[in-house]
Design a binder for this molecule. Structure first.
Ligand code: NAP
Length: 459
C-alpha cells in the first residue's frame, strides 16, 4: 500500500492499480546536483566536438536498445503510472521511430544553411548551446523525455532530466538506455530533485535553456524564472482540444478514432479531445454510437493486454476530475455514462447539456471525461472550439475537407487535424499557442530549438 510515512527528501513510486509501493528513492542532495551539473557542463565540451555521424550512430544503438528491452520498459511504465500495457508498448515503439527518424535526418537538419547575399559566402551555422534542463511529466514517461532528449543531444547539447516524482523508475531506465547506447556518461543524467532546485538550476550559468512539458501552472512559473535569467524556454503545456463532428462526418469509419481521441492513455493526454462539438443533424446518432463504444471499453489490470482503460496515474488526479464533473452536474449537465470514482479509477464519463461556465468547458480535464455540445452549424462549432485560453489543436470530422480548408487561418492552435485525432509524429512539428505554451518539438523545427542559429558572413 502507499506509504504515508515517507522520510523527508524521499519520493516513491506507487502502482495506481493496486496501491503497492514499487520503490522509494532518496532525492539528490545539493552537492550531488552540483556534481551532476558540473559533469554535464564538462561532457558538453567533448560532446559538441563529436562529428554528427558519430552522434547519429549512437541513435541507432539507442533504437536497438529500446527494441531489445521493450517488454521490461513497457512493464515498468505500466506499473509506475498505470497505462494499459499495449499502450506502453506502443509508446516504446514510437520512441524507436523517433530515434530512427533523427538518425536518418539529423545531419541534413543541422547542415549549414547557405543563403545567397552580396557576400562571397554567407550561411547559418547551427551550434549547440550547452547544458539543457528538462522538466517532464508522467503521462507519457518515455515519449515526452525522448522527444526532448533525442534531438537536443543529437544537436550537440547535454541534458539534465528532472522527471515527474511518480515515475523515477522510468527516469533511471532512460538514463541507463543512453549509457548502454554508448553516450558519454554525463551526456544525459537524471536528477531526483524538487521544484526549488529547478529554479536554482535555471538560474545557474551552466544551464543554457529549459524545456518543460507540464501544466499551465508549472509553465507560468518556469517561464518567469527563465525570463528573469534571460534563458530560452520551450513550454509544452496543457490543452483543451475541441473535436468538431459535422453532419456529414463518416461515423462508421471514424468512430473508433473519436473514442481514442478522448480515451487513450485513460484520457491523460495534453492533445486529447476534451470537448466534443457536434452539429445537430448528427448529434443523436453520434451520442448513441459514441456512448455504446465507450461503455464497451474494457477496464481491468493494466498488465492484461485486453485492458483498454485503466486507473488514473494517482488518486489525487481522479479526485480533481471528480470535482470538475461535480461542478458540471451542479450547473445542469446530464451524466449519460459514468460519473463515478473508486480511488484512482474514474469511470469513463459522457456529459451532455454542457455550458461554457462549467469547469469541464473552461479547464483541462485530465481523464476519461467527454463533455458533448450540440450546435447548429460549423460557424457555431468554430466559435465554441476557439473559445478557450488553450491552443494545442483542433480536430474536425467531415467529408467536406475543402470547407475546413477555408477555415485554417481561423483556428489559432498549434495543429488542425481533419478526420484524424490530434497526434504527435516525429516528422511533424508539435507545440501550442496561448496558454498551451510556445516553441516546437519534433521534426526539423524541434532540433533547431536548442541551437545558436549563427550568421556567418565572408566578404
Ligand atoms: P505538472 O504538475 O505541471 O508536472 C510536470 C513536471 O513539472 C513534473 O516534473 C513536476 O514535478 C514539475 N513541476 C511542476 N510544478 C513545478 C514548479 N513550480 N517548478 C518546477 N517544476 C515543477 O504536470 P503533470 O500533472 O505532471 O502533467 C500533466 C500536464 O502536462 C497536463 O496539463 C498536460 O496537458 C501537460 N502535458 C502537455 C504536453 C504537451 O506537449 N503540450 C504533453 C504532455 C503533458 P513534480 O512531479 O515533482 O511535481
Amino acid at each position: 500500500m502507499s506509504d504515508t510515512t515517507l522520510l523527508p527528501n524521499t519520493i516513491q513510486s506507487v502502482n495506481p492499480y493496486n496501491s503497492k509501493v514499487l520503490q522509494k528513492y532518496e532525492m539528490d542532495a545539493h552537492e550531488r546536483v552540483e556534481s551532476k551539473l558540473q559533469g554535464a557542463h564538462e561532457a558538453f565540451q567533448q560532446w559538441k566536438e563529436k562529428p554528427i555521424k558519430e552522434r547519429t550512430r549512437l541513435l541507432q544503438n539507442l533504437s536497438h536498445s529500446l527494441e531489445h528491452h521493450m517488454e521490461y520498459l513497457s512493464e515498468l511504465m505500466t506499473q509506475e503510472m498505470g497505462k494499459p500495457i499495449t499502450q506502453s508498448r506502443a509508446e516504446i515503439q514510437k520512441c524507436i521511430f523517433l530515434c530512427d527518424f533523427y538518425a536518418t535526418n539529423a545531419e541534413d537538419f543541422l547542415a549549414d544553411d547557405i543563403i545567397e547575399t552580396d557576400a562571397s559566402e554567407s550561411f547559418i551555422s547551427y551550434d549547440p548551446l550547452g547544458v539543457i534542463l528538462a522538466v517532464m511529466p508522467w503521462n507519457y514517461p518515455f515519449w515526452q523525455v525522448f522527444r526532448f532528449a533525442v534531438p537536443t543531444l543529437t544537436a550537440g547539447n547535454t541534458a539534465l532530466l528532472k522527471h515527474a516524482s511518480n515515475v523515477s523508475g522510468c527516469a533511471f531506465a532512460i538514463q541507463k538506455l543512453f549509457l548502454d547506447a554508448g553516450y558519454p556518461s554525463a551526456c544525459f543524467q537524471t536528477l531526483l530533485t524538487d521544484h526549488e532546485m529547478v529554479d536554482y538550476l535555471i538560474k545557474n550559468d551552466k544551464v543554457k535553456a529549459v524545456s518543460l512539458t507540464g501544466s499551465e501552472t508549472a509553465g507560468r512559473h518556469i517561464a518567469k524564472v527563465a525570463g528573469e535569467s534571460l534563458k530560452k524556454a520551450v513550454l509544452e503545456l496543457g490543452g483543451n482540444n475541441a473535436c468538431i463532428v459535422l453532419d456529414d462526418a463518416d461515423l462508421d469509419t471514424h468512430l473508433d478514432t473519436m473514442v481514442n481521441a478522448r480515451m487513450q492513455n485513460t484520457g491523460q493526454s495534453c492533445i486529447a479531445a476534451k470537448r466534443f462539438i457536434v452539429t445537430k443533424g448528427i448529434f443523436d446518432e453520434f451520442l448513441g454510437k459514441f456512448t455504446k463504444r465507450v461503455k464497451d471499453l474494457q477496464f481491468g489490470d493494466p498488465m492484461n493486454p485486453a485492458t483498454e482503460i485503466a486507473t488514473l496515474a494517482r488518486e489525487d488526479l481522479a479526485n480533481d476530475l471528480e470535482k470538475q464533473v461535480q461542478d458540471a452536474v451542479q450547473k445542469g449537465a446530464k451524466v449519460i455514462l459514468g460519473g463515478k470514482r473508486d480511488k484512482a479509477y474514474y469511470a469513463p464519463t459522457i456529459l451532455t447539456k454542457v455550458t461554457t461556465d462549467m469547469a469541464v468547458f473552461k479547464e483541462e480535464t485530465f481523464g476519461p471525461v467527454a463533455p458533448i455540445f450540440k450546435v447548429n452549424d460549423f460557424e457555431e462549432a468554430i466559435s465554441l472550439a476557439t473559445d478557450t485560453k488553450f491552443g494545442l489543436g483542433t480536430m474536425v470530422f467531415t467529408e467536406d475537407i475543402d470547407k475546413v480548408r477555408k477555415t485554417i487561418s481561423r483556428i489559432p492552435d498549434g495543429a488542425l487535424f481533419i478526420n484524424e485525432l490530434v497526434k504527435s509524429d516525429p516528422r511533424l512539428p508539435f507545440g501550442g499557442t496561448k496558454a498551451s505554451g510556445f516553441g516546437r518539438e519534433l521534426s526539423k523545427e524541434g532540433i533547431l530549438e536548442f541551437v545558436n542559429k549563427k550568421t556567418v558572413y565572408v566578404k
